[in-house]
Ligand binder design. Sequence first.
Ligand code: ADP
Ligand code: MG
Length: 240
Amino acid sequence: GDRTDTLLQTDGLVKRFGGFTATDSVDFSVDEGELRCLIGPNGAGKSTLLKLIVGTLEPSAGRIYYDGQEITDMEPNERVRNGISMKFQVPSVYGDLSVRENARLPVQQFADGAERRRRVDEAIEDAGLAGYEDVPASALSHGQQQQLEIGMAASLDPDLLLLDEPVAGLSVDERTEIAERIRRLNREEGIAFIVIEHDTDFVGEIADSVTVLHRGDVFREGSIEEIESDPEVRRIYLGG
Ligand code: ADP
Ligand code: MG
């Protein structure tokens, strides 16, 4: 097929917290339109890596390139304008605000007028929350809240969408809905993804490719079949 272009690349990316190295010289890349899952044991550095990419954490060393330019020192808002958006592991919806008020929060910095309204409506519709606009977010199910958060991240019109544990704690049906949504955004809008998720059934349903992170560095990369059948990958999950 056609040669695919690299969308994102990290070069020797390091993040230290005091004397502890959370991300240890990571070389990692994502192609345009690729759907990559990032797995690895707790504490492997997965969330840290995504925060470095979206710019809410500053690296201790190394470089990040996106769409042909270096973005290592670029402000987070500027990265959003360039097409990088993230749903964080820790929930960021406000329970006492309505669905519409929540949906407005990320968009309002980046669009106004009719364009803002269009994006807010689309985020709500895509999240399957039409009719729930005036409901306080605290009244939504956990699955609906995750759908709202994904909609809020997607409303920033990204080319690269980072999702940190979008289905943790959800039912099988809710997982299926979110898997379908991610695939639709990937196929119909060409959005590239990095999705952190532990559940290998879910990863197998959505991923083009899988990266395993272990002790702050890339341990393996491959298809879900290659990763699942790798005894060394099993060993690190058992604490080796
Ligand atoms: P994962 O998402 O793979 O579970 P994280 O990236 O959240 O792992 O964390 C990697 C390591 O870095 C963990 O040992 C964690 O305790 C540590 N860490 C993460 N954020 C901070 C922080 N702000 N300050 C100190 N240590 C941190
Ligand atoms: Mg994490």
